[in-house]
Design a protein around this ligand. Sequence first.
Ligand code: NAD
Length: 512
Amino acid sequence: MTTLNNSMTWIETEREFALPEQPFIGQLFIDGKWREASDGGRLSRNSPAFNIQVSDFAKATIADTEEAIVAARTAFDKGNWPTMSGSQRAAVLNKIADLVMAKQRQFALQEVLESGKPISQAMDEIEWAVDLWRYAAVCARSLHGDSFNNLGEDMLALVVREPIGVVSIITPWNFPFLILSQKLPFALAAGCTAVVKPSELTSGTSVMLAEILQQAGIPDGVVNILVGEGHDVGATMTSHKDVDMVTFTGSSAVGKKLTAVAAQSLKKVSLELGGKNPQIIFPDCDWEAAVDAVVFGTFFNGGECCNSGSRILVHQSIAADFEQAVKIRAAAVPFGDPLCKETKVGAMISTEHLQKIQDYLQVAIDQGAEISLGGSSVEHTGLYMQPTIVSKVTPDMQIAREEVFGPVLSILTFTDIEQAIEIANDCLYGLSAGVWSANIDNCLQVARKVKAGTVWVNGWMSGYPELPFGGYKQSGQGRELGRNALDEFTEQKTIQMHIGERTGWWLPREQK
Ligand code: NAD
């Protein structure tokens, strides 16, 4: 481990895994068969941490995408997956969970190589993802509708839930397998069929899953997995007439574009988008816990996280001391080689993204903020960025309002609770928020008034499959997970059953 000039903790200890000698080779998975792309095209991925080629995939064309959609349509309309019992579907989902868990190390390594995230975190993510498959299996068995026996003597009504049909699943690069697992098992549990397109930067684990799906007994055509780009493959998955629903996680900008395309055929769209999530820190907070949560919330996954607590609002009276404490802890965050077990912040996803983070910092400086820790990229084999703190930030600055998506914390201050809530809500996003105080009134007021899909009280970024997740405002549309996790992937059908003799509607009342 070396300490850089500016007191940052660069880590270089023994690696948990050796670098692979060969890249992972992937094909398209369409209708239960492995295939090359129709035009023979390939898509290569270099590791952002080690600058070696780590994946080489067949790259889907529009024609391949259309074929995958037809396969999913046929499997839905003619196959047995939508009609089999919940317990049969649950058995397959549980088997998939077991098989993924058995390959945890291979999955985790591929994610590290393609994304640059730390290996210890990648191992955890695969385990969390497996838990989602198991939770979806529970949901498959408990999906049910409603009945109405209170509509009068001649009527009994049922409300049944049916799978919505063919679902397009489009995912981002920051938590590749975890986010896929927030969608695919629930679509399958409901009885849907799917076409999946992971991010072109981190497709490995989605492709690796296909083999497991086959082993576990998913029928041909029920899940089709395509590696490709958004402008052609993603756009076709969004516009195609045979797709019934699109579930998308990614940037708000692409979410808007995709929704406009889907609107042409009025498909259902569910969206999990960006965030600019505030943590509000009161003077009576548990200081140690709050400092730790701020550092964790900002630097987890290198800040490339929709839930990043990237702006903290600290009460004016403690702002200087709190910032100092965060700075000391942040400078000790081990960053560097993501294959070392101790690493907490690995590499950034791409050269363009690293540049975007640097550009945000430059604008912040130009607008009057100060870099009080880090701020630079690190010369190494890959794309590394120092954990960074920006202070003297005011709510009108770009860095306080836009999603930087890097290891960058903005510190703002407030003088009373009303102002804190106003600043927290003065933002286009509304994904998550946090409050730190020993005073229950402060906590409840913030929890009730802040416009965010999740509010953490004296904590940050815990998550459970049992709890719904999603965003207010431009952070999304719809909710994933929770007790009603399958609802997103179903249609409701009302069945009204007349009992007894029916009287004609044209008869005068007295003749009835
Ligand atoms: P992105 O929007 O650039 O890409 C996401 C996916 O959309 C990729 O698979 C991409 O190929 C595809 N795509 C691009 N253009 C498309 C188009 N025109 N039609 C259809 N698909 C298209 O996002 P990203 O850079 O991969 O991920 C980072 C973003 O994701 C951040 O904004 C982050 O906040 C967000 N995110 C949100 C959540 C959440 O749960 N709310 C979770 C993780 C990431």
